[in-house]
Ligand binder design. Structure first.
Ligand code: SF4
Ligand code: SF4
Length: 322
């Protein structure tokens, strides 16, 4: 019997939700497990890095890497898995566009370390001890991965063949992706494995989205009685739908919460945050600077709202401090 195709899963800077989404395949995971050999999946199976190093280059059909890249270890694993895999897939928002971890690019490495190890209210660290990448303890060398200055998406570190978007990708998209890989009928390299249309195009509330949107006030969802039938933007609640790729079956919207943008932009959008900013700015219903200011003050965290999942891949990418 011929060997089954080999697949691998790995996680970098992520919350673990993408790993959960693989388990969310439920009984379909048996179908996947029958069709492939999972040769590396640290969260679920006891394989080590040396096992991957021992594999011939290109011997894994496909590796799905979730999480963004922040540490030297994640960088090394990305290069190792790239070398061993015929196809490398950026799995989930963090690998695809930097994800929530890349919001840390608003701060320098020093600001982050100082806050976490010295200034956070729950920290007691009078000697200001910080983890060191290299340390000797009783003559034994101990090492830790280095904390890099920027959070990067997977394709900012190694070449990526395909992207599965979402925070996390849906089990349906994952199953489709695995079946596509096994069929050998591969889409062009660089394809995002989800429809290339905006969330609004398939939104169950699209008929209620005003053609000429006028926003008098931005409301926060948790302070608002949300009408479950009407477009969020028509209610003054920021919805990233116009700037976000579809494919999640409008999960948040069906749960009466606005889209926060986890599927990333469509192929026609270069910068997801700039796209929604331009849509919203032209809808602010005011002329005088102080009235405009007052309406915009309703957006409490603009970077966290417009670039929640995509700061690493935005045009600005990070805050530069001199
Ligand atoms: S803005 Fe949001 S709620 Fe309105 S149609 Fe688009 S996706 Fe749906
Ligand atoms: S509605 Fe938006 S935020 Fe929610 S899962 Fe879909 S793409 Fe992600």
């Amino acid at each position: 019997m011929p060997d089954k195709p080999k697949v691998a899963f790995y996680w970098c800077a992520s919350c673990g939700g993408c790993e959960e989404s693989i388990v969310d395949l439920a009984e379909d995971i048996l179908e996947v497990a029958q069709a492939v050999d999972i040769v590396f999946w640290p969260v679920a199976m006891d394989f080590k890095r040396k096992d991957v190093e021992a594999m011939p280059d290109g011997s894994i059909l496909a590796t799905m890497v979730n999480g963004s890249i922040r540490t030297s270890e994640q960088e090394e694993m990305a290069h190792l898995l790239r070398r061993k895999s015929q196809i490398l897939i950026a799995y989930g928002s963090c690998a695809h566009t930097g994800g929530i971890p890349s919001l840390a690019n608003q701060f320098t490495r020093e600001q982050i370390l100082r806050y976490v190890y010295e200034e956070a209210p729950s920290v007691v660290n009078e000697e200001r001890v910080r983890p060191q990448p290299r340390h000797r303890d009783n003559g034994t060398a101990v090492t830790l991965p280095e904390f890099r200055g920027l959070v990067r998406s997977l394709d900012q570190v190694v070449e990526v063949d395909y992207y599965l978007p979402g925070c996390p990708p849906t089990p349906k998209l994952l199953k489709q992706a695995v079946l596509t890989l096994l069929s050998g009928n591969l889409p062009p390299k660089g394809t995002v494995l989800a429809p290339d249309t905006a969330q609004c195009d398939s939104c169950p509330r699209k008929e209620t989205k005003p053609v000429d949107l006028k926003i008098n006030e931005f409301k926060r969802p948790h302070w608002t009685q949300i009408d479950p039938e009407t477009c969020f933007l028509a209610q003054g609640i920021i919805c990233m739908g116009p700037a976000t790729r579809s494919g999640c079956e409008a999960q948040c919207i069906r749960g009466n919460m606005p889209c926060t943008g986890c599927f990333g932009p469509t192929s026609r959008v270069r910068d997801q945050g700039a796209k929604i900013l331009s849509a919203l700015a032209s809808s602010v219903n005011a002329r005088e600077p102080e009235d405009i200011e007052k309406i915009l003050d309703g957006i409490v965290d603009p970077v966290g709202t417009f670039y929640r999942y995509s700061l690493a891949k935005s045009l600005l990418r990070a805050k530069v401090t001199r």
